[in-house]
Design a protein around this ligand. Structure first.
Ligand code: NDP
Length: 435
């Protein structure tokens, strides 16, 4: 805390990992001597820069942009770009730190990074978003590259924004190279990338349930968010025979007691990605559903919960409410959506709890596959990528079980993910000596 004043999210993320890693390295002198955890918790660099752009009324606007390059021991820095008014250095440092462990867990050669700006895309015209993205990339381009740092999308950065940023990078450098992932398929994007995080979070859920002899079929699920991750998680739950009861946005949540069908999910995708509307409009269109303004969905009784919106969106009381309503498994599509107190509630209740750094790693995993395809100048087909995603999620689950299994058989997935993710990065850093 003393080292990182005013950075609560970053301190929270490091504390959570440190707790598990210290018990693991307790009797392993080499990690202590080399101060490995301390080194991973100090980003390689944090770049902060001015992003100046002109709005449609010709007002000059000034935003702050960042790229946090946390660790590149096992591969080029890799992690998303977030555009949201809540973005600050603490949030991006926490995300880049988490990303380092997540990327390690995928088994692919990717280091950890994260970036973004305190820009609010809501209510902005396409032209304004384009000018902002171009200005952002005009500074960012000098810090990234296909073998240096390969950013992707995150909150507020989808296909449209990636397109504007990729175009600007190409214009400035005169190089077509796989410097961003999450691109459209017409210019080097990978099939399955849009679906990968949400589908992957459900595959992780499926693996946790299977490990206990259970399945998604016939189970009810509560999901938060209505963006890329939430809508694809909902889609996969429905495909596997589950029933999705809720979706949300920062204005509140929708409860649809009949369940979201594929048709309804497509309607939400259209609402959010094309019309850029609010989730409250769903209840005007599907009148059996209700909108709960300013509320989060965790009081709705369910078997499965998938927080897929943002950090710290599920607190201790909400975790208690889920447990008392009979939830059996939680798989995090979002990054650090559950507070530390909330996690403790899940662990004390011995329910299945898959933390974001493991459960939502499917997105970055397919981003890694997008990098491989770009490097080889080829495109793999949908079914091959689908199989690879399924296998990657199984592999991540297996590592969590290996390092997280407790006496009595309960799997502490947080501990498993932290230790498995740490070990690979730490061993690589040891090989490099002191630097
Ligand atoms: P999107 O921008 O597509 O969607 C974000 C959703 O979360 C929106 O519904 C948004 O509502 C809601 N939301 C954002 N902030 C808040 C808030 N403070 N309170 C309540 N709701 C909020 O982002 P993604 O779906 O891509 O990302 C969601 C989460 O998943 C993030 O934590 C992200 O880091 C994580 N993630 C994403 C990956 C990806 O591949 N996209 C990969 C791994 C993790 P509104 O429309 O009102 O803003």
């Amino acid at each position: 805390k003393r080292r990182n004043p005013g950075q609560p999210e970053f301190v929270q993320a490091v504390q959570e990992v440190a707790h598990d890693v210290y018990t693991f390295i307790d009797d392993k002198e080499k990690y202590h001597e080399a101060q490995i955890l301390r080194r991973i918790a100090e980003p390689d660099r944090v770049v902060s820069f001015r992003v100046c752009w002109e709005d449609d009324n010709h007002n000059v606007r000034v935003q702050r942009g960042w790229r946090v390059q946390n660790n590149n021991a096992i591969g080029p820095y890799k992690g998303g770009i977030r555009f949201h008014p809540s973005v600050n250095e603490s949030v991006l440092k926490f995300l880049a730190f988490e990303q380092t462990f997540k990327n390690s867990l995928t088994g692919l050669p990717m280091g950890g990074g994260k970036g973004g700006a305190n820009f609010n895309p809501r209510g902005k015209s396409d032209s304004e978003v384009m000018r902002f993205c171009q200005s952002f990339m005009t500074e960012l381009y000098r810090h990234i590259g296909p073998d240096t740092d390969v950013p992707a999308g995150d909150i507020g950065v989808g296909g449209r924004e990636i397109g504007y940023m990729f175009g600007q990078y190409k214009r400035i450098t005169n190089r077509w190279e796989g410097v961003l992932t999450g691109k459209a398929t017409e210019y080097g994007g990978s099939l399955m990338r849009p679906e990968a995080t949400g589908y992957g979070a459900v595959y992780f859920m499926q693996n946790m349930l299977k490990h206990q002899g259970q399945d998604v079929e016939g189970k009810s699920a509560v999901i938060s968010g209505s963006g890329n991750v939430a809508t694809h998680a909902a889609e996969k739950i429905v495909q596997l025979g589950g029933k999705v009861l809720t979706l949300s946005d920062s204005g509140g949540f929708i409860h649809d007691p009949d369940g979201f069908t594929q048709e309804k999910i497509d309607w939400v995708k259209q609402l959010k990605n094309v019309r850029r509307g609010r989730i409250s409009e769903y209840a005007d269109h599907f009148t059996d559903a209700s909108f709960h303004e300013g509320k989060r969905p965790w009081d709705v009784a369910c078997d499965l919960a998938l927080p897929c919106a943002t950090q710290n969106e599920l607190n201790e009381d909400e975790a208690k409410s889920l447990v008392s309503n009979g939830v059996i498994a939680v798989s995090e599509g979002a990054n650090m959506p559950t507070t530390l107190d909330g996690v403790k509630v899940f662990h004390d209740a011995k329910i299945l709890y898959g933390p974001g750094k493991a459960a939502n790693a499917g997105g970055v995993a397919v981003s890694g596959l997008e990098m491989s395809q770009n490097a080889e100048r080829i495109s793999w087909n949908h079914s091959r990528l689908g199989e690879m995603l399924t296998e990657l999620m199984e592999g991540i689950h297996g590592q969590c079980v290996e390092y997280g299994k407790q006496d009595g058989g309960y799997v502490d997935y947080v501990r498993g993910a932290n230790i498995a993710g740490f070990k690979k990065v730490a061993d690589a850093m040891l090989a490099f000596g002191v630097m």
